[in-house]
Design a protein around this ligand. Structure first.
Ligand code: FAD
Length: 410
């Protein structure tokens, strides 16, 4: 048994704490605030079994042009943001080449295939079943050609990875989900994905489970992390906590902390926003509006519309263009309702240029572990990569854990 500090209590850090605890380690989970209040709070809440292939950077000129000119609502950007991220974006572009992307997807698909199975025992033990729907996720198309192309691609994903789906005409799907106000051109229903109606509450429930099993939750600033004797220490409000190992699971804040230990981790920061709306007729399943770059799903707080990526500097003020455009465009299909009054949330997807999360030993510091960079699917993958990291910490490696290890990547 080892003493371990886990820094960061988002979905990734809380899952890490649980996985290490399950192996008999004494774990302290440190965050500057309550668990699950940052990126893991405001996401679209989908446990994405369908996401076998990570989002690559589109390489066709038409799509890049629509991003550049602001015609697409999927991505917005600022000159400052893109300039700050240029080396990471260039590497992301190169890794998105078809052959490399296919190789990365072979690893990624093994992670997403395990995701619902790895969440299931935690959901049950945390008594959080009432937050989860197992009804799947739909992609909605207004453009028939785009629907047919993606339906053909969905068949490829079924052949290559065994991911199940149904491709339905808009009229057929509308009979199933009467919340739709008009017939879309088509719908792809990914039946194996799950969704959560309060992502932050699920992380909180997992954290409570960790505490109920004897884990310690500490409030403190991870920036105080320092080597101490043969191990690590961090200053928290209650005490100076010391341990043999420290796991950095600070999501988008991880590179900043690691810079002080000499690691320069290139990250693409993809900001997103959400808003809740008092819809009288919420959809049966979360909907990805493929024409307008937003996801809409019913949450405890109302119909949540979550946006795509804004490539802006970390300190840029909120810009709600994508949310406003998405809401307006989606109202042809759904009755959206009035905005619920709430502080404006934004969060940043911590994306690495090779599209794989990092989970493994720091290359140059004994007892220091990296666990971050889950990009678009950290809510999905937290428990899965946590299991791999916990095994690696105990010296049990596999091809999959080696693929996520920092050693050959930084
Ligand atoms: C709009 C949007 C929609 C998304 N939709 C989905 C989805 O449907 N499905 C999916 O799988 N993923 C989705 N994601 C991605 C997912 O939310 C992230 O990948 C995931 O939340 C990352 O989790 P994390 O634990 O690494 O980071 P976080 O949840 O950000 O946790 C990091 C923690 O570190 C703490 N911290 C930071 N700095 C310090 C410090 N100095 N000291 C102490 N603590 C500190 C923070 O307080 C925080 O609790 C979405 C993201 C966005 C933005």
């Amino acid at each position: 048994m080892a003493e371990i500090l886990v820094l960061g209590a988002g979905m990734v850090g809380v899952s890490t704490a649980l996985a290490l605890q399950a192996r008999g380690h004494a774990v302290s989970l440190v965050d500057r605030g309550a668990p699950g209040r940052e990126t893991s709070f405001g996401n679209a809440g989908i446990i994405q079994a369908e996401a076998a292939e990570p989002y690559g950077l589109p390489r066709n000129l038409g799509t890049l042009w629509s991003f550049a000119t602001g015609r697409s609502n999927d991505v917005t950007w600022s000159l400052r943001g893109v300039a700050q991220m240029t080396p990471a974006l260039w590497s992301y572009f190169r890794n998105s080449a078809p052959r490399r992307h296919a190789g990365i997807s072979r690893t990624y698909a093994q992670l997403t295939a395990r995701a619902t199975g790895d969440h299931a025992p935690l959901i049950e033990a945390a008594g959080a079943g009432n937050m989860i729907s197992r009804e799947g996720l739909v992609q909605l198309y207004r453009n028939r050609a785009a629907f047919e192309a993606d339906a053909a691609d969905a068949e490829r994903l079924r052949r290559d990875y065994g991911i199940r789906h149904r491709a339905l005409s808009g009229a057929e799907y509308r009979r199933e989900d009467p919340a739709l106000r008009a017939d879309p051109a088509g719908v792809i229903h990914w039946s194996d994905s799950w969704s959560c109606n309060a992502p932050g509450c699920l992380v909180h429930a997992y954290a409570k489970l960790f505490a109920s099993r004897g884990g310690r939750l500490l409030e403190g600033d991870a920036a105080s992390l320092a080597q101490s004797g043969g191990g690590w220490r961090v200053t928290t409000v209650a005490e100076r906590a010391e341990a043999e190992h420290a796991v950095v699971a600070l999501g988008p804040w991880s590179p900043r902390l690691l810079r002080s230990f000499g690691y320069r981790i290139p990250m693409i920061y993809k900001r997103g926003y959400h808003g809740h709306f008092a819809s009288a007729r919420p959809p049966l399943r979360p909907i990805v509006d493929m024409d307008n770059g937003v996801v809409a799903g019913q949450m405890q707080a109302g119909l949540r519309i979550a946006t795509g990526a804004a490539l802006v500097s970390r300190t840029a003020p909120a810009d709600l263009r994508q949310l406003d455009r998405g809401r307006a465009a989606l109202s042809d299909m759904l009755e959206i309702g009035a905005r619920v009054a709430e502080p404006q949330w934004s969060g940043t997807r911590p994306c690495l240029p090779d599209m794989l999360p990092l989970a493994g030993a720091a290359p140059r510091h004994k007892g220091l572990w990296f666990h971050f960079g889950h990009g678009h699917q950290g809510f999905t993958l937290g428990p899965t990569t946590a299991t791999l990291l916990a095994a690696a910490l105990d010296g049990e490696e596999s091809d999959l854990s080696r693929a996520l290890a920092p050693g050959h990547r930084f």
